[in-house]
Design a protein around this ligand. Sequence first.
Ligand SMILES: Nc1ncnc2c1ncn2[C@@H]1O[C@H](COP(=O)(O)OP(=O)(O)OP(=O)(O)O)[C@@H](O)[C@H]1O
Length: 225
Amino acid sequence: MIIARGLTKRFGKIVALDNVTVEIPEGVNLILGPNGGGKSTFFKLSTGVYRPTSGLIRVFGRDPWRDAGVKMKLGVAYDPVLFPPLVSGREWLEFIAKSKGYGEDEVERIGKLLGLDFLDEQTRNYSSGMLKKLALAQAFIGSPELVMIDEPLANLDFESIRNFVRILKGEKKERSFVIISHIWEPLMPIADRVYVIAGGKLVLSGEKEDVRDEIERLFRLRMDV
Ligand SMILES: Nc1ncnc2c1ncn2[C@@H]1O[C@H](COP(=O)(O)OP(=O)(O)OP(=O)(O)O)[C@@H](O)[C@H]1O
């Protein structure tokens, strides 16, 4: 699904991603790692926002930087979220739907799927959690083959986290996922594979069962302050 070979991204002197080689197959793929480790850089190289400094990235066999058409197969939500303030959530989702060849009924469907009851408000009036939910909705518009979400659970309350994980569980039968999340524990039951990017390097990857102990050791929050 996603193949990277020797993938490197520099911003001036900063090496954000350093010679990463990885294959991400179909299924639910979770990317973890410390702040500033390079996760979002990898994500944005995959969605064609950034051009690699060197190395190769292919998404469904296509170069996301040169071949914008591959984006039709993707549903993407970035973090932090950003929307035009004077449009309603519905208008925004209709814009996304239209760009993918869908109409208002698709927005209705996704609004129902995610249980959104605030779509007619302008986004400037949204709370942080509402903004995140609109971003999640955006990623599902048009039944994409691959849904990519950076920090899906940030700013969600407990009930919303539960709802979203339930939705993922249903949706994973239909499509694949690449998810970056610091809040990883609620996502483990539905994850197939886990990848850890730190210091610009891929430092761990594997099937969930094989890496679970190491992930627990690295990322379980222990508050011995
Ligand atoms: N557009 C940019 N311009 C300059 N430096 C950048 C840019 N984007 C990322 N970086 C730098 O690249 C490194 C990796 O950042 P990245 O956002 O990929 O980390 P991350 O793993 O997603 O972190 P976080 O968990 O904090 O979101 C950091 O040192 C960051 O400062």
